[in-house]
Design a protein around this ligand. Sequence first.
Ligand SMILES: Nc1ncnc2c1ncn2[C@@H]1O[C@H](COP(=O)(O)OP(=O)(O)OP(=O)(O)O)[C@@H](O)[C@H]1O
Ligand SMILES: [Mg+2]
Length: 364
Amino acid sequence: MYEVARVRLINLTKRFGEVKAVDNLNLEAKDKEFVVLLGPSGCGKTTTLRCIAGLEPPDEGEIYIGDRLVNDLDPKDRNVAMVFQSYALYPHMTVFKNLAFPLENFKVPKDEIKRRVQKVAKLLKIENLLDRKPGQLSGGQQQRVALGRAIIREPQAFLMDEPLSNLDAKLRVYMRAELKKLQKEIGVTTIYVTHDQVEAMTMGDRIAILNEGVLQQFAPPTEVYSHPANVFVAGFIGSPPTNFFECTLTPEGVLDAKEFTYPLQKDLLEATETATSNEVILGIRPQDIGVYQEKKAKKNLIKASLYTTEPLGDSMILDLRIGDYIIKAVVNPDFKIEGVKDLWVEFPAEKVYLFDKKTGKALT
Ligand SMILES: Nc1ncnc2c1ncn2[C@@H]1O[C@H](COP(=O)(O)OP(=O)(O)OP(=O)(O)O)[C@@H](O)[C@H]1O
Ligand SMILES: [Mg+2]
């Protein structure tokens, strides 16, 4: 549709007093790519976006939009559009006026404004709402107008800060798909901030996971799920979260988790060779745990007692106690639990993650 650009951050650092909001961040969103910044509250997502938009001066590092170094450019000259969590539409203006406003500011001729408003309204399916005021729109419709106001300037990149977080759950799921489709249709480079991992997984071409201003992993959704780079990512991506056990590796090649032991087969044992000590963390996703009513001879099973159950309709979460640990396992909704006190669980070797306890880094 128009010229888009990649966005590159090189060694970006931003401090607020003692707090390093963004810590030596290196990141690139390629042409037309949808990059999601994901992480817990306060990890530096908004600050990163504000630095790119020019609303916050970085302490160190470089920001490129296309081939232009933009560090010293005014926000209005950076050619990016930012969509905020609150859409901040002008309540007294019609949808048409709200869309036209950014162009009027740039002194675009009247007939071109009209043409571009029509085009964007068509794209966002809000053509029939142009005469209404924001107060007469649903949350999702308001959201689309806010997006339209960003698109209409035909920026080289979109920056979006939790744009769906004010919508109710059902509308969010709907808008998530709409927004992703729209981004691909327009083909504009997008950096999208969220702390919702489902949103990140479903929308992003690649996900950048941040913690305390530090980039933890930058990879496609399937990669961060199946090959988390460290304990933080393994615990943050996936629901319910990954179960972790602190273990000591014995000279015999067995993980001693105090409450149980876990003999390592060849691949896992080899993976531990790069560990900095014999302190290792074993991780297993709730979906990957095998749960049995009886002890089967051939399997390496661990005894657990049933703590509580969380039926979800299409599946069921079992909360199981293994010594001091309470872990979660996901089973079929028809799993028989009546009168059951003890169960047997299996951690299949091919599903087990191992991490170096000292560094947190993945060994597998
Ligand atoms: N203007 C400011 N002055 C001082 N500290 C700030 C300022 N803006 C952000 N911070 C701090 O910088 C860190 C990162 O904040 P930021 O808003 O980027 O987090 P976030 O990842 O967007 O969080 P959330 O998910 O809650 O929106 C936090 O510790 C925050 O308190
Ligand atoms: Mg924020």
